[in-house]
Unconditional design. Sequence first.
Length: 135
Amino acid sequence: GGLMKLLIIEDHQDIAWLTRELLLQADRGLGPIAQIELIETVADLQTAVEKLPCFDAVLCDGEFLLGPDSTTILDNWSVVAQHACQLGIRFVLYSGHARYCDEARTVGLRVVEKPSPVGPIYHALTSPHSLLRAA
């Protein structure tokens, strides 16, 4: 119950901002059944892991920076997925890498392939898990 706090992990600031705006627009368009309270964007693993406990859902890029001062880009999505799982936070991988998408699906995670219109992203973040299984 209640409104969702969403964390977007994406190291391309323009993509992060655009995705945030589109999701908020889609949500506001639902009027009284809107589901999103706030969306914050972060660009690195260290910051994401620190902030994660404050959120209900996370939309996660496949590869991004290790820390705020780092230049190392790794496939950090799996680390975030583990943390999210332990915290009971909904995890959605948003990636254009086929291998990451396959790996995530194999372990039963929600996946949206990049680039995607906002509809499937919003659906993956907000729909009950049982509906997704049937897809």
